[in-house]
Design a protein. Structure first.
Length: 142
């Protein structure tokens, strides 16, 4: 694995954290949407990540090695929905219940902070690798 692979690895991490941020933003945006049936309620979503590593020990040449993280998909949460008794709500069903998503805004904000910090760490790794490469280029100049 070469020094330039660091850019691919950090780039894949940044992409994964962008997906995580977008999914979290979607969850927060839909946290208070109401529905009269459980089938129509927004359900919280989470991205699923998978590590990727294909190196020399798997039959690949040194230049073709790949490493990083990949978004395997986005899944809906199976936690229970919130049913609230609000008989005067316009979305209430015949029994007076309104159904809300299985999204906790505090948890989503924590997830958003974690994703943005992970994104920033990947940016820092890329900047450090760039600085190291620039220093290597200046070694022969003196």
């Amino acid at each position: 694995m070469s020094l330039t692979s660091i850019f691919d690895i950090s780039g894949s991490g940044m992409n994964a954290q962008s997906v995580r941020l977008n999914t979290t933003a979607s969850n927060i945006a839909n946290a208070q949407t109401a529905s009269s049936s459980t089938g129509e309620v927004y359900r919280g979503r989470d991205p699923v990540f998978r590590t990727v590593y294909q190196g020399m020990n798997q039959g690949f040449a040194k230049d073709n090695s790949q490493a990083g993280v990949q978004v395997a998909g986005i899944v809906e949460r199976d936690t229970p929905l919130q049913a609230r008794y609000e008989p005067h709500h316009p979305e209430a069903d015949e029994t007076g219940y309104v159904y809300y998503p299985n999204v906790n805004v505090v948890e989503e904000m924590t997830n958003m902070i974690s994703a943005s910090r992970s994104f920033q760490v990947n940016v820092d790794v890329m900047n450090s690798a760039k600085q190291m490469m620039q220093r290597v280029l200046t070694l022969g100049q003196s």
